[in-house]
Design a binder for this molecule. Structure first.
Ligand SMILES: Cc1cc2nc3c(=O)[nH]c(=O)nc-3n(C[C@H](O)[C@H](O)[C@H](O)COP(=O)(O)OP(=O)(O)OC[C@H]3O[C@@H](n4cnc5c(N)ncnc54)[C@H](O)[C@@H]3O)c2cc1C
Length: 273
């Protein structure tokens, strides 16, 4: 390819794309290697293709992390206002749905991906799709050697810096894998236990049929686990429970723990009767 890249970014999802753009603003040249046929696959499916691109009330306290200082630092360097301004400057006007959630007024996640594609092009950042990185090696001269498969051939590139933006484990058909975790282990980094987050809950056993019968119904509820609780809709499904309040609490739940659901959080049942 002949180009010099200040960094090779592995993964063209939300993080990899934003990384390339920010590097471009600093006058750096990066290369994104993305194994899917196009970038931003997960952005395109977010909230049924509408993309809730930020939340007006987001802060570091909304994130679960073994290292809370990381979130504090990240939020102080790029605030919610910065996110809103970034998209506005690139033609995306937001509209608020419930609880501060901002969506593009066009309701189309494609517009968000387009912002990144256009910016990468304008900032001279290179994107290669259908390129699956197989190996990252640190060479004796301190450079990284990246091997990736493209059209059945294995190619290698070198760069002083590598960014692992290969995403987390969910939704393998969108390209998700444990690649990032494997590279972290390979370079001796400590990896914390992983757990599903923002997922529906499956109900099995004798109660499963009861839930299935209520499938399709939503009700505003307070869902609690210990001293953590969320007040939003819950949704009965054929396999158990979903909806925003359930997705939120799922990030805190561990097998064996009890979740309690108040189906009338703001009403007194005796008075209602
Ligand atoms: C159904 C659903 C709805 C969501 N809705 C929202 C929402 O509305 N708002 C929101 O903020 N978040 C939402 N999220 C979460 C959001 O999608 C993720 O937090 C975000 O996409 C993570 O970005 P990422 O760049 O870290 O990872 P990803 O978007 O997963 O990107 C990683 C990329 O790396 C590529 N890759 C992996 N391994 C390799 C390799 N070896 N070589 C080359 N490429 C590789 C993958 O193909 C992928 O494109 C949703 C998630 C899901 C599953």
């Amino acid at each position: 390819m002949g180009d010099h890249f200040d960094a090779i970014i592995i993964g063209g999802g939300a993080c990899g794309l934003m990384c390339a753009v920010q590097a471009g603003y600093l006058g750096k040249k990066t290369l994104i290697l993305e194994k899917n046929v196009k970038v931003g696959a997960k952005i395109l499916i977010s909230v049924g293709g509408r993309c809730n691109y930020t939340n007006m009330y987001s802060s570091e306290t909304n994130f679960i992390s073994a290292n809370p200082h990381f979130c504090t630092s990240a939020f102080s360097q790029f605030t919610v206002e910065d996110t809103i301004n970034f998209f506005e400057a690139n033609g995306i006007l937001g509209k608020e749905k419930t609880l501060g959630q901002l969506f593009p007024i066009t309701n189309n996640a494609k517009d968000i991906v387009k912002v990144f594609e256009v910016l990468c092009k304008n900032l001279d950042q290179v994107i290669i799709c259908h390129a699956e990185v197989k190996e990252v090696l640190k060479m004796e001269d301190g450079q990284f050697q990246i091997s990736y498969a493209k059209n059945g051939n294995l190619k290698t590139l070198r760069s002083q810096n590598v960014v692992i933006a290969s995403g987390g484990l969910p939704v393998q058909k969108m390209g998700a894998s444990d690649f990032g975790l494997r590279v972290a282990r390979q370079f001796g980094l400590k990896v914390t236990e992983t757990a599903p987050a923002l997922v529906p809950l499956t109900i099995t056993g004798k109660e499963a049929e009861w839930y299935a019968q209520l499938s399709g119904n939503t009700i505003f509820s307070r869902v609690s686990l210990g001293n953590i609780s969320f007040e939003e809709n819950i949704l009965f499904t054929h396999w158990g429970l979903g909806g925003p309040a359930i997705l939120q609490i799922s990030s805190y739940w561990r097998p064996g723990e009890l979740i309690s659901i108040d189906l009338l959080p703001n009403n007194n049942i005796t008075e209602l009767i």
